[in-house]
Design a protein around this ligand. Structure first.
Ligand SMILES: Nc1ncnc2c1ncn2[C@@H]1O[C@H](COP(=O)(O)OP(=O)(O)OP(=O)(O)O)[C@@H](O)[C@H]1O
Length: 275
């Protein structure tokens, strides 16, 4: 069984941009959220260091989306505090929103705009000068292989194209911290590689990426810091190697951390039997 432990302060020498709060990009304290009787997030604490590629992993229903929604100011917590680069999400929302980019789950976009128009609109909302928006939008569309589709309406985009234009919109103002809920879902391997390259370049500049995923291989290959959620709680957080511990892979560590059982469908004895 891998170790369960809490994160210490980030390593000395780790890149830390714009994070006055001891180098933490995100500090969450005692965060709670219930939906009726269902406790979705049960008093979690998280300290996510700046300049890292951070994976938030957990089984279905663990509370990842609820957590990311509260951390990014999309959903009001029942209790607790969230600081982004030292700014409180709920008492200082303007400061926070200028510093973060978000690719939420179930991304809602202005679908009657073309991809290009969507970026122009997002850029102006972010207060960027028009010429700068044009330059950045053209570069992002090119890197994300969306140039040919830039004049097509977003409503006609595929799932993967929607993720990519959503990512471009989230990156346009060069945020310090980027939050991505399942960014690779529905994205083909070539586009995934492109997104990966963009995100790696972005974190190398000192920015922080926090993304949720079920795909352990992806988290293991991309992230240098991991937080594991199960049943509304954080069961481990820290550098990838520490969370993996003695386990041969993050997948194995994850399965024992979340207490997975070996139920491989033994009860379904009719399945595949005589028809
Ligand atoms: N708006 C809502 N109303 C009622 N219950 C909700 C709502 N949103 C989330 N929940 C419940 O809260 C719990 C956590 O859900 P959440 O979507 O945060 O999990 P998740 O880890 O993101 O799951 P998945 O990986 O399946 O997307 C679940 O039991 C879910 O049913």
């Amino acid at each position: 069984m891998p170790k369960t432990f809490e994160a210490g302060a980030p390593d000395e020498g780790a890149p830390a941009q714009g994070a006055p709060d001891q180098g933490y990009a995100v500090s969450v304290h005692n965060l709670w959220k219930s939906f009726g009787e269902q406790v979705a997030v049960a008093g979690i604490d998280l300290e996510l260091p700046a300049g890292r590629f951070i994976g938030l992993v957990g089984p279905n229903g663990a509370g990842k989306t609820t957590t990311l929604s509260m951390v990014t100011g999309l959903l009001r917590p029942d209790d607790g505090t969230v600081l982004i680069t030292g700014h409180d999400v709920w008492t200082d929302p303007v400061a926070v929103k200028s510093r973060i980019g978000v690719l939420p789950e179930g991304l809602r976009l202005f679908e009657r705009l073309s991809g290009r128009e969507l970026l122009a609109y997002t850029g102006r909302l972010r207060g960027l000068p028009g010429a700068e928006v044009d330059k950045r939008a053209a570069q992002l569309l090119d890197v994300l292989d969306l140039s040919a589709a830039q004049n097509k309406l977003v409503v006609d985009y595929s799932t993967g194209m929607r993720k990519k234009i959503g990512l471009a919109a989230a990156l346009l103002h060069n945020p310090e911290v980027l939050f991505l809920d399942e960014p690779f879902e529905g994205v083909d391997p070539v586009s995934a590689q492109v997104i990966r390259g963009v995100l790696e370049r972005y974190t190398r500049s000192g920015a922080t990426v926090v993304f949720s995923s079920h795909v352990m291989e992806l988290v293991e290959s991309l992230c240098d810091w991991v937080a594991v959620m199960a049943a509304g709680r954080i069961v481990a957080q820290g550098p990838l190697a520490d969370v993996r511990g003695e386990a041969s892979s993050l997948q194995d560590a994850f399965l024992s951390l979340v207490g997975a059982t070996e139920r491989g469908g033994q009860d379904l004895d009719w399945l595949g039997g005589a028809r």
